[in-house]
Design a binder for this molecule. Structure first.
Ligand SMILES: [Zn+2]
Ligand SMILES: [Zn+2]
Length: 97
């Protein structure tokens, strides 16, 4: 029992004394560089699936660079911090510089 507990600790905390801050595994994706889409028709735009809120007419949304789906800029930014793919179709976001 004690041995198992120790093993769990080792697995969960990769290396004692190693700071995680220096290494970021997920590449940072700049949502600001995604194409902006002006919402001119609520019904055709639908809603942002991240927060489930309908796009407001006259506001700006962000379109994914690799698919036609659009989201609120804040929503997709948060989403991409943990998942590098489109919430709807799961296509990977390609990094473009
Ligand atoms: Zn949203
Ligand atoms: Zn998509």
């Amino acid at each position: 029992m004690e041995d198992l507990f120790d093993l769990d600790l080792v697995l969960e905390y990769p290396a004692a004394g190693v700071e995680l801050s220096g290494e970021i595994q997920a590449p940072e994706i700049s949502v600001a560089s995604f194409p902006g889409v002006e919402v001119d028709d609520e019904s055709s735009m639908g809603s942002c699936v991240v927060c489930m809120v309908v796009f407001e007419v006259g506001s700006m949304a962000k379109q994914m660079p690799s698919c036609p789906h659009v989201y609120h800029e804040e929503c997709i930014r948060k989403w991409l911090q943990r998942d590098n793919s489109c919430p709807l179709c799961r296509c990977r976001i390609l990094e473009k510089q």
